[in-house]
Write a protein that binds this ligand. Structure first.
Ligand SMILES: NC(=O)c1ccc[n+]([C@@H]2O[C@H](COP(=O)([O-])OP(=O)(O)OC[C@H]3O[C@@H](n4cnc5c(N)ncnc54)[C@H](OP(=O)(O)O)[C@@H]3O)[C@@H](O)[C@H]2O)c1
Length: 333
């Protein structure tokens, strides 16, 4: 990071720049190599790779503020990409994506009862891989009738084949007033490790903000990428202030952002931060925000999951380069 610059033309701009620099200065204390900060992630990468020290370098991690547990900066989403039904070859292809995910040090997989057959497809993959101990399972409860929440969560658990979920989120705030107290009670009883809420595409941010201010949640999930930056104004600073971990969904706008960017040559700055593709540049922009804990891109392809995990390694953009990435992406997308 460069030296602190002189105040800009207005006090407001200068304060914003100081806040950004101060936030980035904390990056070093919250981000670390999994080797140092998270033995679980390290052993997961090594054992899944099956070759110990010769496996890929462990991804960088960030700590969940409520516990101090470290998780890799890039996870795996499953909406659409894992909704492949009963087709055996398609399910096996998803299992290979999950195998590559763990082999490259990944841990957090996100799903929802809303995602069609994704839950049983995850279960199929986990069974094939012998239930990797590195797994950090992130599920959602998504049902209007609060009384039906427990049955839905139990069905999800059976699909995954896990003893309990690490994180349970209220999907799109649906009936959160009923679900959240139950999830917090389940956490207190040891049936869950973390509790969260989600939204996407900029929806209901005022309500998310209210929940973040008033409820003892561990995680929040929303959309953030170089062209969807509204959360920089209130939700990301609030997450940092309230010590709430942040999962970022739709990093590629469901792939649309990458399709637009891939028509353009990668700018020269990409090499400075070790990116050999637009996907990595977009992910590095996202995870270098100090309030972000983990981005969860979805993919159906082994090559893509390897690329995406690679974004959690190597140098990260500083404040000036983050601004440049956002400007370039906005101009090209
Ligand atoms: N409200 C909520 O809670 C909520 C809402 C939306 C999403 N989510 C979560 O967030 C996850 C991610 O969001 P999303 O699935 O909407 O979209 P996304 O991750 O922004 O984009 C997924 C698309 O990007 C493509 N892709 C991924 N990696 C790539 C790479 N390296 N190079 C080129 N293309 C690549 C994938 O195609 P390929 O298959 O060809 O790689 C796929 O079509 C979801 O799966 C879900 O888990 C949660």
């Amino acid at each position: 990071m460069g030296p602190v610059s002189m105040p800009g033309p207005t006090r407001r701009q200068w304060l914003a720049r100081q806040a950004s620099l101060a936030a980035l200065a904390t990056l070093g204390s919250h981000v670390g190599a999994a080797t140092a900060a998270s033995p679980a992630a390290t052993s997961a990468a090594a054992s899944a790779a099956g070759s110990g020290a010769s496996g890929p370098a462990a991804p960088l991690v960030r700590r969940i503020p409520s516990s101090g547990e470290a998780i890799p900066l890039v996870g795996l989403g499953t909406w659409i990409t894992f909704n492949v039904g009963n087709d055996t070859r398609a399910r096996d292809a998803c299992a290979e994506v999950v195998r590559a995910f763990f082999a490259n040090g990944g841990r957090l997989i996100d799903s929802s009862p809303m995602y069609g057959s994704s839950q049983p497809v995850i279960g199929h993959a986990l069974a094939r891989l012998g239930h990797p101990s590195a797994l950090f399972s992130a599920e959602k409860v998504w049902i209007g009738d609060g009384a039906s929440g427990p049955a839905q969560m139990e069905a999800s658990r059976a699909h995954w084949g896990v003893p309990r979920f690490d994180l349970m989120q209220v999907h799109n705030l649906l009936s959160w007033e009923t679900h959240l107290p139950r999830l917090l009670a389940m956490k207190a009883q040891g049936h869950l490790r973390y509790v969260g809420i989600t939204t996407s595409e900029g929806r209901r941010h005022a309500e998310i903000e209210r929940v973040m201010k008033t409820q003892p949640i561990d995680f929040v999930q929303f959309t953030y990428n170089p062209v969807d930056r509204e959360v920089e104004q209130r939700l990301l600073p609030l997450a940092a202030e309230r010590r709430i971990a942040v999962l970022v969904n739709r990093p590629f706008r469901e792939g649309e952002l990458l399709r637009a960017l891939q028509r353009h040559k990668l700018p020269g700055w990409a090499a400075e931060i070790g990116c050999d593709g637009w996907a990595q540049a977009v992910l590095k922009f996202i995870v270098s925000h100090p309030a972000v804990t983990c981005a969860i891109p979805a993919t159906s392809q082994v090559a893509h999951v390897v690329q995406n995990l690679h974004a959690a390694r190597g140098p990260m953009p500083d404040a000036a380069l983050r601004a440049r990435i956002a400007a370039d992406v906005a101009a090209l997308a």
